[in-house]
Write a protein that binds this ligand. Structure first.
Ligand code: GUN
Length: 171
């Protein structure tokens, strides 16, 4: 049955998502609390955590942020999402998650810990894009840093325009 265009508010309600500090919406779906915690340099962490993550026309950008953990991303629904990743050596990697795999879009993406990542909803018919992330060692705000626009531009001046587009603070 064709239900017509999906209303993103129904997706947010059905999946019980909340606004994320990076932009977009999320809900934690799993934490490995049946297993021993991992001892990391930053303290004990779950072996793995998982979230839904949604970008919408109203909140289309996941701002640049840094994570210590490896993150596997799995694409689900909607419009494609463009990822910008700045590595420690300043090199930029761009990748699109989406279901048009024959056009080179990705259903899965591994982002190693220790890089800066931002995401942006691309134009499409749905007005939202939905993925999941599996994070190991499990997500903890102590392992995550939101990008400060001035500091990021000072460190990676060659990516000034991109950083301006995908951070919210500063001038
Ligand atoms: N980003 C990736 N995983 C998580 C999580 O579990 N919580 C939050 N707030 N952000 C995340």
């Amino acid at each position: 049955m064709n239900r017509g265009k999906t209303d993103v508010r129904d997706v947010i309600a059905r999946l019980d998502l909340q606004p994320h500090v990076e932009g977009g919406y999320f809900r934690r779906t799993f934490q490995a609390d049946q297993r021993a915690m991992l001892q990391t340099a930053g303290g004990p962490r779950y072996l793995m955590t998982s979230i839904y993550y949604l970008l919408t026309e109203d909140s289309p950008v996941g701002q640049f942020h840094f994570n210590q953990s490896d993150i596997l991303h799995f694409y689900h629904l909607g419009d494609p999402i463009e990822y910008s990743m700045i590595h420690a050596d300043g090199s930029l990697e761009t990748l699109v998650m989406g279901n048009d795999i024959l056009a080179g879009q990705h259903l899965q993406m591994h982002v190693p810990g220790g890089i800066w990542k931002a995401s942006r909803l691309l134009n499409g018919e749905h007005g939202f894009g939905l993925i999941s992330e599996a994070v190991s060692p499990g997500f903890d705000f102590a392992d995550m840093e939101m990008g400060d626009r001035r500091q990021l531009i000072a460190r990676f001046p060659q990516h000034r325009m991109l950083i301006k587009k995908l951070t919210r603070d500063g001038d």
